[in-house]
Design a protein around this ligand. Structure first.
Ligand SMILES: NC(=O)c1ccc[n+]([C@@H]2O[C@H](COP(=O)([O-])OP(=O)(O)OC[C@H]3O[C@@H](n4cnc5c(N)ncnc54)[C@H](O)[C@@H]3O)[C@@H](O)[C@H]2O)c1
Length: 256
């Protein structure tokens, strides 16, 4: 039985990487999907996510959305009305740059805060407003293991992911009694444009060596594995899970 049949989901950053796989997995499990992203084309090429879902017989629509603008997030959630109203919000959109702490300046830090923190804060807010007016729902925020352990001195990125985790716990408390569960995922290093192009580690010799030496499972993760975690948190399989940060990292956080 499909785990999300009859549900409508909004996935920010759904054009590429983890978000794209989340959209595909949700659609396979019966959800109608709003892909909310700056761009339609996946960062690493291929058929746009909403077209891929439609080709596979699902319902999906694309909304151009910059998560740093609250009004764009409202438009993305509005688009789910076409599918009966939002049930699941995945605040996944995020950016990463390999900037060392001492090199960060105001503009760069602001950009991180605008996308990774403000995007999740207001994404959760606009989704919760609608969910309170309906049957509740599930909000899944994309944090990172960078929230709980150092992976290089990517301090500006890590602080945003810590903020995503604390936002998650606070909202789990705020809405737990009103039928809205709020959880986050903390992925380890996953093969996407972020880790293959922006700061290349996956698919490189030094990366493979690092994975073998450092990660108990001796490999990096796949976006499909993050998508399965999102499916769990979005669906009734996790009906008593609220305020959780689900680590998906091959074991590195608790063993390294
Ligand atoms: N890849 C990893 O190793 C990893 C690890 C931990 C956490 N994450 C998190 O997973 C999430 C997805 O990352 P990914 O690896 O799939 O990256 P990605 O770059 O492959 O995909 C990110 C998507 O977000 C979109 N996006 C960027 N800024 C946006 C904005 N302002 N508004 C709307 N959309 C925007 C991009 O266009 C892109 O489609 C991010 O929050 C990232 O921090 C990734």
């Amino acid at each position: 039985m499909a785990q999300l049949s009859g549900k409508a989901a909004v996935v920010t950053g759904g054009a590429s990487g983890n978000g794209r796989e989340i959209c595909k997995t949700f659609a396979r499990e019966g959800a109608d999907v709003v892909v909310a992203d700056l761009r339609e084309e996946p960062r690493q090429g291929g058929t746009p996510t909403h077209e891929l879902v439609a080709d596979a017989g699902g319902n999906a629509t694309f909304v151009e959305c910059d998560v740093s603008k609250r009004s764009d997030l409202v438009a993305a959630v509005d688009a789910a009305e076409e599918f009966g109203g939002i049930d699941v919000m995945v605040n996944n959109a995020g950016i990463f740059r390999g900037e060392e702490f001492l090199d960060v300046r105001e503009e760069g830090l602001q950009q991180f805060l605008d996308v990774n923190v403000k995007g999740v804060f207001f994404g959760a807010q606009v989704a919760a407003e609608r969910m309170l007016d309906s049957d509740g729902g599930s909000i899944v925020n994309m944090s990172s293991i960078g929230a709980v352990r150092a992976l290089g001195a990517y301090t500006a990125y890590d602080l945003t992911k810590g903020a995503v985790a604390s936002t998650t716990y606070s909202l789990a408390d705020r809405f737990g009694g009103e039928g809205i569960r709020v959880n986050c995922i903390m992925p380890g290093i996953i093969g996407t444009a972020m880790t293959e192009d922006d700061v290349p580690i996956v698919g490189t010799d030094h990366g493979e060596q690092y994975a073998k030496e450092t990660i108990p499972m001796e490999r990096f993760g796949d976006p499909e594995e993050v998508a399965d975690a999102a499916l769990y948190l979005a669906s009734e399989q996790s009906s008593y899970v609220n305020g959780e940060s689900l680590v998906v990292d091959g074991g590195v956080t608790h063993t390294g």
